[in-house]
Design a protein around this ligand. Sequence first.
Ligand SMILES: [Zn+2]
Length: 236
Amino acid sequence: MNRLNTIAIDIGHNANYDTGAVGIRSEDELNKLVGEALIEKLRGAGINVVNCTPSNATSLHDSLNQRCIVANNSNADFFISIHHNTGGGEGAEVLCLSGGLAEEVGNAILNKLEGIGLKNRGIKERKNLFVINNTVMKAILVECAFCDSEKDMNNYNEEIVAEAIFEGVCKIFDIDYTYVIDGENGDGKGLCHMVVSGECLSGIARKYGTSVEKLVEINGISNSNLIFVGQILKIK
Ligand SMILES: [Zn+2]
């Protein structure tokens, strides 16, 4: 069984001398939105997260090197660098050294991203990436989508993208990804579930040992056939 106590998350670019691509939206902005949402979800699931993104850098090498040093000092079990692509394509791909855990996690993430409508471009073996080569744990770089693709950027939702990456990680490390969030109406904390692609209310009810009627009632749902990906349902 693969254990995940600590994960290193690197929000690509976002530092001096290290600026990302710019398309319809800027890569720096998207990396930060997805990366921060991902960190929140991982922490919500009780995983120790180390954010490797430097606040300051004196060169591109320094920016990349700082990320690796923080990851290596954290004893993290896995490293994920969040990026967005440009160059006229569409969809998501994962860059890593092929084989083993890196490829397994990469494929799980790509399958989840495919489930929310991003084309699966597969694993791309890259032997020349600084953050992959200089981190001691298994490492991947996720190119979530193309920031110059109208198709990808149309209604791009960082919460749903982060959720897909999170669920891919959870699948491989066998983490139950139900999580606790603040009750919406000041009713303290409660168990909630974010709807993922392919789910229906009866399946969610079964998963939590509750009933469709109960979910309909506490969530004020008017049509039990109409739930949507990314919707957060109160469970109890
Ligand atoms: Zn990048």
